[in-house]
Design a protein around this ligand. Structure first.
Ligand SMILES: *Cc1c(COP(=O)(O)O)cnc(C)c1O
Length: 393
């Protein structure tokens, strides 16, 4: 049997902290490794596989489009792109979209748009305020936007134009605002930074401040979009409308596609000021269209909200049994469990043995981001495995 993990170590740049599982197949919330062992997948491609693996709704669209027209340039019109744009506008507060290929491209494009806005409408303002413990992607500029020093250090000097302030603190945003500021960019709930849930009024207060100062509010919903928090978009959960939103993970059903959407007032790119070769190509857009349509028509966000509440209840149950669980947090199906000690690696390794895949978020915190189609019965299975493992560590 081929040792794929040894070959990876030989040929791949050693940047990913991989867990010792080689996945070869997926169906629904389950994946299989190359030895035929099955797992419940609470990583879901880092919160991208919202309908689980190989969902028939988008697989059919993917195959059909692959056989019809895979890729053409944005020098021409193409039908799936327009259809996807339309369904996104019909189901959000935005007016226009740009399609790209990854979350980092979507956030970086959002920042470019905000800088254009600053140049045109705020005397050349270019600075973007972002939050500590945020995560906005891996391009050089988005590394600077990300408010975590460990992402900056290896690449210094990092691009200028970003100010990092404390999350969930509107005064910090106010204090950091100057005549150079053009926008504030936040995740509604910080994902990579710890599943950090802000107080209910925070985003509303930031929205009011942005209105007062003529700043754009960008929400990075790369992780929270498409039902993850129990609403189609996270901004709906907090009752605010951003000027720009960045989307990626849940958009394509596992196919690489991302987007940023903007209100008309913020849609200030002129012809030639932005572009992409693969962004919005027929294959990705047809797949994403089928994926988004299914999510909306089948009220998947509402399912995620209800199942998420059930999931949290079951995790709270574990908390009352195991005193070393210090916190259970999150919304919808973006959830985290925090321990009073650094047992993440052990817990995640033991769960793999038992057939459950989890995300080691921090040395003392694990993250759950299952497909949104997970059932109560499957949640029971997840919690059962976790309970068994926690009783041993
Ligand atoms: C994952 C993520 C990104 C980066 O997405 P990539 O597709 O990896 O470039 C940006 N912002 C947030 C909030 C994310 O969770």
């Amino acid at each position: 049997m081929t040792d794929w993990q040894a070959l990876e170590k030989k040929y791949y740049m050693q940047v990913a902290k991989r867990l010792p599982v080689t996945l070869v197949k997926g169906q629904g919330v389950r994946v299989w490794d190359d030895k035929g062992k099955s797992y419940i997948d609470c990583v879901a491609g880092w919160a991208a596989d919202n309908l689980g693996h190989c969902h028939p709704a988008f697989v059919a669209a993917l195959i059909e489009q692959a056989q019809t027209l895979t890729h053409v340039s944005n020098q021409f019109y193409s039908v799936p792109q327009v259809k996807l744009a339309q369904i996104l506008m019909d189901n959000s507060c935005f007016d226009r979209v740009f399609f790209c290929n990854s979350g980092a491209e979507a956030t970086e494009g959002s920042v470019k748009l905000a800088r254009r806005y600053g140049k045109l409408h705020r005397n050349g303002a270019y600075e973007v305020i972002t939050a500590n413990n945020s995560f906005h992607g891996r391009t050089l500029a988005m590394t600077a936007a990300t408010g975590q020093k460990r992402f900056h250090d290896p690449y210094e000097p990092i691009p200028v134009g970003f100010v990092n302030v404390d999350f969930n603190n509107v005064e910090a945003v106010m204090a950091a605002t100057t005549e150079k500021t053009c926008a504030v960019m936040l995740e509604p709930i910080q994902g990579e930074g710890g599943v950090n849930v802000p107080s209910d009024g925070y985003l509303k207060q930031v929205r009011q401040w942005c209105d007062r100062k003529n700043l754009l509010l960008i929400l990075d919903e790369v992780q929270t979009g498409f039902g993850r928090l129990g609403t189609l978009f996270g901004y709906q959960l907090y009752g605010v409308e951003p000027d720009i939103i960045a989307l990626a993970k849940g958009l394509g059903g596992g196919v690489a596609i991302a987007a940023f959407l903007a209100k008309e007032k913020a849609s200030v790119f002129a012809p030639g000021e932005h572009g992409s070769t693969f962004g919005g190509n027929p294959l990705a857009c047809a797949t994403a269209y089928a994926n988004v349509k299914f999510i909306i028509e089948n009220k998947i966000p509402e399912h995620a909200r209800k199942i998420g509440e059930y999931f949290v209840g079951r995790l709270q149950g574990l908390r009352s049994r195991f005193s070393f669980i210090t916190d259970v947090r999150g919304r919808g199906l973006l959830l985290a469990v925090e321990f009073d000690r650094d047992i993440t690696d052990k817990v995640v390794a033991e769960c793999i043995e038992e057939g459950l895949l989890l995300n080691p978020l921090k040395p003392n915190t694990i993250r759950f981001m299952s497909p949104l189609i997970i059932t109560k019965k499957e949640v029971d299975e997840v919690v059962g495995i976790l309970e068994k493992v926690l009783a041993k560590v």
